[in-house]
Design a protein around this ligand. Structure first.
Ligand code: GDP
Length: 441
């Protein structure tokens, strides 16, 4: 899952910190040293780590924090806030032209996911009621025009192309076409190269001058880590960019690019790509990402996804229960069912507070068969048992195991996992409430 190793390490540091009760300055320094190591191991830019740790330390070692009733939570809160700030603070929206069409220029290296994300962006904008046009200005890779046409067809979005002609002329004609046919957003897919070179930059500059885009979005591959950050710096220095689409975040176990690209370029990540499919695009919300990294879950993104993909009412009800700590085995089962419809399990699990943190559930999450078993066990319980698992004694356990074709040990394990989850959710939701109150979310 996204940021898995970083997330695991940070959570371990904070778990130990929380176990301490009263904190000394030395405790905080020890913890921060470990945070620093974890960030460096996650391939976060060296300078970025240094500044980050300095900022956190300055806020965390004051008397106000150390002498508070919940010093560990205060430190975690500071880390959360600084992580959020590091990734840009607020969610950065796409700009919209005062007079349509809005022109979005997509630039980036070959293989970064540019063409795919042109399609995803079109789908995303159409869901918001916009009328996009895709323009095929990547004329060197012959397959690129065709690829964009296929994506356009799948997405139900028109594609403007003129074959292998001058990309500047194509971009200009594409914008003209949108204007004359009443399409309000133009997404120009440009050529990439394997490396940043003068010829490519020259061409992008000419396109930029010809169509005066409202957004120059750089598409970079998160899995490239610090190389992605260097590419972004280079594009920004030579071309000037307004924002970043960070792709392949689904395959990024470390998170170095996501955590440093904003600080290094000064430009926000506006979207994250999380898969190969056309709907695998998320508006990038720094505070939600920080929350996921710290294992506090991302209930908001989960709800948004649920609203798009699943029963919106159920998702809202779940959010309420999470907040009120009225979480039952029935909810646990409902979640499992919905998750299967929502997308790759690992992604979804990491968004649920507490769930991603549990070692047992981490084992569980990769195993669809295990999920089926869990569901069978819960189905074999009575309604009373699902709502009040504490009544499930030895004889009930035997009956449930027999009824679901599992062993008593499986039932025991599930109940333990459920209890752990519920306990963590309680902790996490009170923590999130604190954060929400103080962070002014
Ligand atoms: P371009 O050369 O920059 O236009 O790159 P493409 O759009 O052709 O994408 C290159 C490869 O990356 C393709 O195989 C895509 O399916 C894949 N890809 C693009 N975006 C994502 C993403 O967010 N996640 C994953 N897992 N794969 C992606």
């Amino acid at each position: 899952a996204v940021f898995e190793s970083l997330s695991g390490r940070l959570q371990e540091v904070f778990r130990r910190l929380r176990g301490k009760g009263k904190l000394t300055e030395a405790d905080v320094n020890d913890a921060l040293r470990e945070v620093r190591t974890a960030l460096l191991a996650a391939d976060v830019n060296f300078r970025v780590v240094k500044d980050f740790i300095a900022r956190v330390r300055e806020r965390a070692v004051g008397a106000e924090v150390l002498e508070s009733l919940t010093p560990a939570q205060q430190v975690i809160k500071i880390v959360y806030e600084e992580l959020t700030a590091l990734m840009g603070g607020e969610h950065a929206k796409l700009s919209v032209a005062p007079k349509p069409p809005t022109v979005i220029l997509l630039v980036g290296l070959q293989g970064s996911g540019k063409t795919t994300h042109a399609g995803k962006l079109a789908v995303h904008l159409r869901k918001q009621g916009r009328r996009p046009l895709l323009v095929a200005a990547d004329v060197y890779r012959p397959a690129a025009v065709r690829q964009l046409q296929v994506l356009g067809e799948k997405a139900g979005v028109p594609v403007f192309q003129m074959g292998q002609q001058d990309p500047v002329a194509i971009a200009r004609a594409g914008v003209e076409h949108a204007r004359s046919t009443g399409l309000d957003t133009v997404i120009v897919d440009t050529a990439g190269r394997l490396h940043v070179d003068d010829e490519l930059m020259g061409e992008l500059e000419r396109i930029k001058a010809a169509v005066s885009p409202h957004e120059v979005l750089l598409v970079v591959d998160a899995m490239a880590g610090q190389d992605a950050v260097n590419v972004a710096e280079e594009f920004h220095r030579r071309l000037g960019i307004d924002g970043i689409i960070l792709t392949k975040l689904d395959g990024d176990q470390r998170g170095g690019a996501a955590l440093s690209v904003r600080a290094v370029t000064g430009r926000p990540i506006k979207f994250a790509g999380t898969g190969e499919k056309l709907d695998a695009l998320e508006p990038f919300h720094p505070e939600r990402m920080a929350s996921r990294i710290l294992g506090m879950g991302d209930v908001l993104t989960l709800i948004e996804k649920a609203q798009e993909a699943v029963d919106a009412e159920k998702a809202m009800a779940l959010a309420k229960k999470l907040a009120k700590d009225q979480y039952t085995l029935e909810d646990f089962r409902d979640q499992l069912r919905q998750m299967r419809r929502l997308g790759p399990l690992e992604q979804i699990l990491s968004m649920i507070p507490g769930l991603g943190r549990l070692r047992e559930l981490q084992d569980l999450k990769v195993d669809e068969k295990e999920l089926a078993r869990v569901e069978a066990i819960i189905n074999s319980m009575t309604v009373q048992e699902r709502r009040h698992p504490e009544i499930i004694d030895g004889s009930r356990r035997r009956r449930i195991a027999a009824g679901s074709g599992t062993r008593v040990a499986d039932v025991n394990r599930l109940l333990r996992q459920f209890e752990d989850t519920r306990r963590l959710m309680k902790q996490m939701s009170s923590m999130e409430r604190t954060l929400a109150r103080r962070g002014g979310k």
